[in-house]
Design a protein around this ligand. Sequence first.
Ligand SMILES: Nc1ncnc2c1ncn2[C@@H]1O[C@H](COP(=O)(O)OP(=O)(O)OP(=O)(O)O)[C@@H](O)[C@H]1O
Length: 466
Amino acid sequence: MMDMRNRNPSSSLGHKSTQKSKPALGLDVQSVLNIQQNPMVLIDEHYRIIAANRAYQEAYGMQADEVLGRCCHEISHHSPVPCHMRGEDCPHQAVFTTGEAHEVRHIHYDHQNHAEHVRIRGHAIKDQDGNTYLGEEIIRLPHQDDEITCGEMRMVGRSPAFLKCLHHIEMSARTDASILLYGESGVGKELAASALHQFSARAAGAFITVDCASLPETLFESEILGHERGAFTGCLGRKRGLYEMADGGTLFLDEVGELPLSMQAKLLRVLETGTFRRLGGAETLQANVRIIAATNRNLLEMAGQRQFREDLYYRLAAITIDLPPLRERREDIPGIASVLLERIGKSWGGQWSLSKEAEKRLFAYDFPGNVRELRNILQKAAALADGPVIQASHLDFELPQPKAVSHLSVSDEVNDSVIRPTALRNGGQPDDLDGLLRQYRGNRRRVAEILGVSERTVYRWLRRGS
Ligand SMILES: Nc1ncnc2c1ncn2[C@@H]1O[C@H](COP(=O)(O)OP(=O)(O)OP(=O)(O)O)[C@@H](O)[C@H]1O
């Protein structure tokens, strides 16, 4: 039987006096911890480990006397500073500040410096003197959980901001609440929605995407609710709508902020009742659908300007999740770049990697168009590279200074040398839409204004090109 007081007298449970230092109920802490199959540790307010079970010692390849008295961050993060000082969501900080249990997703390093994804549940534990300790259970995630695989796509990242977002996605997926994903264009909202569906109890059901930006107002009802035969001129047969097709699964409303007010009212009616009628139909139908919506607009601000219904906002946003832009998680750039190059290699039949200098240049760039822009830059670079290694010179991402453009119209633009590459193609789409977006730091509204088209049109062009 191990006596914690002998191992680390200053930090054992009930350490205030020898008389009182006996653990509650006289239990041997070590044997209680050893019952746990997952790694478990007790940590004091100074981050020092005062007890660790056998599974913890095995996970980090250390003997008990090598672990006790050491700081938790030294062992699991190989870091001299606590994880919240490196931007991570730290259970220690949360539990000692709030006294509440806290769960996070982290990357831990074993004694051979191998990284592994873990879920940590931290709880406050009191001794008989009222001192608080952090009890941490560490759940090691299976290898395939290192990344989120959505069909062919993988959601890659290991930055604190990304792990926090991934944790929110996993936790929210357990509920059936509606979720609103916020994030700049190209940040991975659709991928996140698909991950939410996959983690949820509805994973076996359908995942149906509605592109709200490109859905014409006239087709809204027939597309979302379906129609009966002969419902309108030229309508030959019965068709189930997207809402009905998502029964038992998830309906993803992409770019929900682009929905005109009239469509918002129709959508709200369906979401509130869960019932609907196909166009031209008399029967009231029902579907059990989980709603995930995404936007890059501030919907509450839009609600204040009467451009978005407040009641619809609250129906969509039971839970909101922010997806951080790539420039706020730069350490993810090399990992994502390598996955994107793998994807490009597979579809083009080749293999590309980045030179050190190219990696450095990517790391320094701001990516107003986020992961989609990174993908476009890499595609272009792979096409330009004369071998398997992409050099810095192949990366075309000069971010030109935005010009003062508030007064520009389409005709002004034709005479403007900076914007000339965007000369309009058939159908109004500029030749270098990506370049124009880069020029205006991904601001689709500004680009739409310059081209004299609606933001929905710019969005539709982008989708067509991706
Ligand atoms: N973490 C990631 N790891 C790997 N690929 C990613 C990641 N995030 C996004 N991508 C890729 O970036 C591209 C853009 O992602 P996605 O379409 O999900 O962005 P979005 O936020 O929905 O964009 P938009 O607002 O324009 O609709 C896709 O090809 C997607 O697979």
